[in-house]
Design a protein around this ligand. Structure first.
Ligand code: ADP
Ligand code: ZN
Length: 607
């Protein structure tokens, strides 16, 4: 069989994505490789198909048990024999797996790095090892963002298994980490494959909002717009996670939180509930990371600014892995910039982390297509607008902001630059508070000069002023704002300055329907209207029933994309069913009857 035959027969896909075929050919021929592709880019088939083509058992090193479990279940659902060996197994199961491997019945053996070391002698002497894949290979490097000491011991694999090709795979792209992976794994003349980092199905939106009530209002609309689709909300602190989840539950959504403060058992429960669609939204700190290999995540929201573009891209990458449209939304606020600056200062790698943070801020402030910024960051220069980000949808409009900027700077000067952002906005808007009267700020000539500008817009303008270098934050002095020399030029009329009109809230997320319908939706639970939406709902329920019976997550049975294609094609025969996206021979055999019957009776009931 050729690689393409395997892709069609086992996976039910019609063609390879760019690079996949080349990587598969290279590894199957017995050579080492380093593969860089974004999350959701399709790395798995790059080692799974060589594993099927080469005689023996492939070892796949993977850092997380939950990740292994998903991969093994997904492979089995396609009729490929795979096993996972890790600390979750009892000895009886391990003994069974060992025998199966020795008899050549296992094509892929997933194993944790620490387990691999204790099984080395057995593998070396009793198993025909066909190849080795190191997933999440950046875990081996201290330069990466997820260093795991267990990975450093993988450097001896080539010595133990001579003539066995090693393929290292990661979504982390920076050059330092790349070279470190090659060095530490002692790869032999590895070929480097860099896949496209573009994920065109992810929409990108940034919203400059800091207030909890504003953010929650937007989140509520966004979730409502998605019916019962799943999503993740990333928060910086565990307290935020919990309170956001609480608010969402109050709004009637099935939401929960996931963070390092929970017990291992609670975390497993939340993860399982999410994977099995019992939970719709998980509010998580970054700890809810790599274990989530769910193909039907339809939205990812960053409640707080991420600390680097790498983190951001990996997190939004968890949306839309099935290639269908998915929505991402990032909230950007002053408070987050300050918190993250402080983290970076205390991190031990100050310069590096501050630099990463400022690149993240540049992205959030961007006035050109956001995808261009991301792709350029990952070394994939492009000059085409994407038409799927907020900047492309609503190109920023500039105006002469000199007067507004002067008002803000003058208010700062009048307080001897002794105020932070909150207080400054209060002064500009003429808001009385005990602190203001105590300090006598209400008697300043600038008190209330910016009353006509809403709080949110001031926040936006001040962020722009920060980004353009008219003001800076004195992190070591209570985060008070300071006027820079460039700012002084504007304040004293030596220089004019442009500002960008703040986004309107409706622009904060792409909308498919009219705003009236939207408002209704935000209140009422989502009910499908058209025939196709009804059919999709029926098929999803069918998938869920099967998944529950088999005790696996629903997306292992079939991806959302497969169901959507099924809705489009409405197959009522076996051969038509085999044509559906993601339906290989194994799934066709297992499911054609139950699904074609359901579709047939659905269609009859329509008439
Ligand atoms: P990652 O690079 O994050 O490991 P995966 O290997 O999980 O990504 O792939 C993401 C999704 O894309 C999976 O659902 C996978 O089945 C699908 N996929 C991979 N290759 C193809 C292909 N050639 N055609 C269609 N879908 C594919
Ligand atoms: Zn764009």
């Amino acid at each position: 069989m050729t690689p393409l035959d395997i892709l069609r027969r086992y996976y039910g896909y019609t063609e390879f994505r760019p690079m996949q075929a080349e990587i598969i050919r290279h590894v199957t021929a017995g050579h080492d490789a380093l593969v860089l592709m974004p999350t959701g880019g399709g790395k798995s088939v790059c080692y799974q198909i060589p594993a099927l083509l080469r005689p023996g058992t492939a070892i796949v090193v993977s850092p997380l048990i939950s990740l292994m479990k998903d991969q093994v279940e997904a492979l089995r659902a396609n009729g490929i024999s795979a096993e996972a060996m890790n600390s979750a197994n009892d000895e009886g199961l391990n003994a069974h797996i060992r025998t199966a491997c020795e008899q050549g019945e296992v094509k892929l053996l997933y194993i944790s790095p620490e387990r691999l070391l204790s099984e080395l002698t057995w593998l070396q002497h009793c198993v025909q090892v066909s190849m080795i894949a190191i997933d999440e290979a950046h875990c081996i490097s201290q330069w990466g963002h997820d260093f795991r000491p267990e990975y450093t011991q993988l450097g001896g694999l080539h010595a133990t298994f001579p003539n066995v090709p090693i393929v290292a795979l990661t979504a982390t792209a920076d050059k330092l980490t790349r070279q470190d992976i090659v060095d530490q794994l002692r790869l032999l003349q590895p070929r480097l494959f860099v896949g496209s980092f573009d994920r065109p199905n992810l929409s990108l939106t940034v919203s400059k909002m800091g207030q909890k009530t504003d953010k929650l209002r937007v989140i509520r609309q966004l979730i409502a717009r998605h019916g019962d689709d799943s999503g993740i909300i990333y928060c910086l602190a565990k307290k935020t996670c919990e309170s956001v989840a609480e608010e969402l539950r109050r709004m009637g959504f099935r939401a929960d939180s996931y963070h390092a403060g929970l017990s291992a058992a609670e975390r497993t429960r939340v993860q399982d509930d999410f994977l099995n669609d019992r939970l719709q939204v998980v509010c998580a700190t970054i700890a809810f990371g790599m274990g989530i290999d769910k193909s039907n995540v339809r939205f990812v929201i960053h409640y707080n600014l991420p600390k680097s573009i790498e983190n951001y891209y990996q997190e939004i990458g968890r949306a839309g892995r099935d290639g269908l449209p998915a929505e991402t939304l990032l909230f950007y606020s002053f408070a987050d910039v300050i918190t993250l600056r402080n983290f970076a200062y205390d991190s031990g790698q100050q310069t590096l982390n501050l630099e990463k943070l400022s690149r993240m801020q540049e992205y959030a402030e961007s006035q050109v297509c956001r995808r261009r910024i991301l792709l350029n960051y990952f070394g994939q220069a492009t000059d085409q607008p994407c038409h799927n980000c907020d900047v492309c949808h609503h190109p920023p409009q500039q105006f002469d902001g000199t007067l507004l900027i002067q008002k803000a700077l003058s208010a700062m000067a009048r307080t001897q630059q002794q105020v932070g952002i909150r207080m400054l906005i209060s002064i500009l808007r003429g808001a009385f508070s005990p602190e203001i009267t105590e300090k006598g700020y209400h008697t300043l000539p600038t008190f209330g000069v910016g009353r006509d500008v809403p709080h949110r817009d001031w926040n936006d303008y001040l962020l722009q002023m920060l980004q353009m270098g008219y003001i800076e934050i004195a992190y070591d002095e209570h985060n008070h704002l300071r006027i820079t020399p460039l700012g002084e030029d504007v304040l004293y009329g030596r220089r004019k300055a442009a500002l960008v009109v703040p986004q309107k809230e409706e622009a904060a997320a792409p909308r498919k329907r009219t705003s009236k319908a939207q408002k209704e939706e935000a209140k009422a639970p989502y009910t499908p209207t058209t025939t196709d939406e009804l059919l999709l709902k029926t098929l999803k329920q069918l998938r869920l029933d099967i998944a529950q019976e088999k005790r696996v997550p629903a997306f292992v049975i079939m991806s959302d994309r497969t169901l959507q294609d099924m809705v489009e094609r409405k197959p009522t025969t076996r051969s038509a069913f085999a044509e559906v996206y993601g339906i290989g021979e194994h799934k066709c055999e297992l499911y054609y009857e139950i699904f074609t019957t359901a579709i047939t009776s659905f269609l009859q009931n329509q008439h």
